[in-house]
Design a binder for this molecule. Structure first.
Ligand code: NAG
Ligand code: NAG
Length: 222
């Protein structure tokens, strides 16, 4: 009997250790303040009195279509905690992605969310690249209407419209605020620019190649 209680106590301890964790970041950063009087941000958002919540706190109207008349031929319309305040702390959001013919949702990552995408219209060539540890393998698929594909959290991924007409997809994301880092925009369009010395060495190219890339206008489609 003593052994039984000992094991139960041990399991209880193990599970409390195993399930105790800090809240994940819910925005890019949440720098601590020293003086609480000046604090206005938390990890996530402040909550209103639950008794004051109503249906509109959980509602969003008119999801798209996004305007795809832009250099990428794609538009992402996010529905995150910034659009539906009731999503705060719930760990979920979505986005609609519209594609013109040949439109591209360029290589990007979501630092805080896995994505599951369903094609509503058209045909998309999609892919993601695994991490260095997995040798940066490319996983791709051509998706037709009704097909679903998963982009694991943090991995670089893209979607290209390879059909004849427009394409529409809906993406579910496992964060109230998954975030987006578009690779080209972050690397070549940062403000201020990353130094030539860093980028020429990183990409092993001549500095006028980097100079050329940094002079481009990196459109943000989301
Ligand atoms: C925070 O405030 C204390 C007391 O004023 C000060 O000693 C400390 O250096 C501050 N810490 C930082 C990181 O600014
Ligand atoms: C779509 O965007 C283009 C380029 O900014 C603009 O000229 C056009 O009026 C927009 N169309 C709609 C329907 O808003």
């Amino acid at each position: 009997m003593g052994v039984f209680y000992f094991i139960v106590a041990l399991l209880a301890l193990a599970s409390s250790v195993g399930f105790a964790y800090d809240p994940s970041p819910l925005q890019d950063f949440c720098v601590a303040i020293n003086d609480t009087k000046t604090g206005v941000f938390v990890n996530g958002k402040f909550c209103k009195d639950p008794k004051l919540a109503n249906a509109d706190d959980f509602f969003f109207q008119g999801l798209g279509p996004g305007n795809t008349s832009n250099p990428l031929g794609s538009k992402v319309t996010p529905v995150t905690v910034n659009e539906i305040l009731g999503l705060n702390t719930l760990g979920i959001s979505l986005a609609r992605v519209d594609f013109a013919p040949k439109g591209l949702n360029p290589p990007h990552t979501h630092p805080r969310g896995t994505e599951i995408l369903v094609v509503l219209e058209g045909t998309l060539y999609v892919g993601f690249v695994s991490s260095n540890q997995d040798n940066n393998r490319l996983f791709t698929k051509v998706l037709n209407k009704g097909d679903v594909f998963v982009f694991p959290i943090g991995l670089i991924h893209f979607q290209l419209n390879v059909g004849y007409g427009e394409a529409i997809a809906i993406a579910g994301l496992s964060s109230q605020n998954p975030g987006v880092i578009t690779i080209a925009n972050a690397v070549f369009g940062s403000k201020p620019p990353i130094s030539l010395e860093v980028l020429t060495k990183a990409f092993q190219v001549d500095k006028n190649v980097i100079d050329y890339l940094q002079k481009q206008f990196w459109y943000n489609n989301s």
